[in-house]
Design a protein around this ligand. Structure first.
Ligand code: G3I
Length: 371
């Protein structure tokens, strides 16, 4: 970046930061400091939203979201546990609010998620007969997908159906309905939501074995004559270990199937961790050595994070025609799920904005790729 453009960018961001801190509304004519503006001809820029943000209860978050993002995914409020708490009870309050908030602000919603083994309401695990389970499965997809058809841009129809070795996860859906449940979910979604993009979403599916399983799953859906429009690679990666080669191969191989590739839950873990992936059922025993940056992130780590994000976005830009969306899993470091997983109560720094909503060096590196 030239010294002049660095100055301009820095000034713009000072304005944003000042406005965020004071809670005042600012307008920027040319947003040289906005991710969504910078990448508007390349791919959408998304974030995950929680209930506080959807209800605009945090003025600093509210400002930053409108400034930076043109796509959003509900972090939790469209999961079955929230939206379908009992057999015959649906709770659309928060989901309706999210759709209205995003409509008002020109943000495309990627709805998340129709079928996932995690965060299921308790009644689902008590269903005994296969017929009743199938009724729940069908009714859930039909009811939720049809309600938001044409109001959301896309659905993660099925989330995390695969093991790391590419075989099918032996989830409750697999056990009750067999391996065809993914195709069936897409078939029901297709008829319930004809105007909505339909995606399969997983973590670690850039790795060769899981990718092969994911490709087989997608082909199976296609061979059945059922529509699938894209695949989500979640992108929960670790500092200094971004699998760039595997990501590149995945973009090429998935897009060769005639579908779009999305990076759906991007964050970069900077803390020590012995687990891979994003399986929320796995946990690590915590001790203080696992929480080394309680009082702030050392500059050396901050710079590494910036370099990782820069390398990733360089790759995304190289394949911009094949990528629909790059979405971060959260607005700022303070609200990231990685403060609580796989060890509770840590201070993590995985995103582009810090706890005060200030852009981090990684943000500048990413933005500089477009200047
Ligand atoms: O809403 C309850 C609240 O009523 C209760 O008092 C509180 C006590 O623990 O829990 C609250 O629920 C928590 C929920 O987030 C909402 O904050 C759950 O315990 C907690 O487990 C849940 O974590 C979410 C996680 O999925 C579990 O499903 C994370 O916020 C969310 O970021 C994470 O997102 C997943 C994606 O959906 C799929 N890919 C992996 C990604 C990260 O795990």
């Amino acid at each position: 970046m030239s010294r002049i453009s660095f100055f301009v960018t820095t000034c713009c961001l000072c304005l944003i930061t000042a406005a965020c801190t004071s809670g005042k509304k600012i307008t920027t004519s040319k947003n040289s400091s906005s991710l969504k503006e910078a990448f508007k001809n390349d791919f959408g820029i998304g974030t995950a939203l929680n209930a506080v943000q959807i209800e605009e209860r945090d003025p600093r978050a509210a400002l930053l979201i409108l400034q930076q993002f043109n796509m959003a995914t509900p972090e939790n409020i469209m999961k079955a546990q929230v939206i379908h708490p009992q057999w015959a009870v649906y709770n659309f309050d928060m989901a309706d609010k999210m759709v209205a908030y995003c409509q008002k602000n020109n943000i495309k919603v990627n709805a998340h998620t129709l079928i996932w083994h995690s965060q299921l309401p308790a009644f689902v695990r008590r269903i005994q007969s296969v017929d009743s389970f199938r009724t729940f499965f069908t009714d859930h997809i039909k009811t939720v997908a049809s309600r938001y058809d044409g109001k959301v841009y896309s659905w993660d129809v099925v989330n995390e159906a695969l093991n790391d070795d590419g075989t099918m996860r032996k989830s409750i859906f697999f056990q009750k309905l067999g391996g065809d449940f993914v195709t069936e979910a897409f078939r029901i979604a297709q008829s319930s939501a004809p105007n909505t993009q339909l995606y399969y979403n997983d973590y670690g599916n850039e790795q060769p074995a899981k990718r092969a399983g994911c490709i087989a799953l997608i082909k199976k859906i296609q061979v059945a004559g059922v529509r699938i429009d894209g695949v989500g690679i979640q992108g929960h990666w670790h500092l200094g270990r971004i699998p760039l080669k595997e990501i590149e191969e995945s973009i090429l191989q998935y897009s060769a199937l005639g579908i779009k590739v999305m990076f759906t839950e991007l964050d970069i873990e900077v803390l020590p961790r012995s687990l891979q992936g994003a399986d929320v059922n796995q946990r690590m025993i915590g001790d203080s050595s696992l929480n080394p940056y309680k009082n702030g992130l050392p500059d050396s780590v901050q710079q590494k994070l910036a370099a990782d994000y820069e390398a990733l976005f360089k790759l995304f830009l190289k394949y911009k025609g094949k990528i629909g969306r790059v979405a971060f899993w959260g607005v700022n470091d303070g609200q990231s799920w990685l403060n609580g997983w796989p060890v509770a109560g840590r201070t993590n720094y995985p995103l582009l904005f810090d706890r005060d909503f200030k852009p981090k060096p990684a943000f500048y590196k990413v933005l500089a790729l477009k200047q």
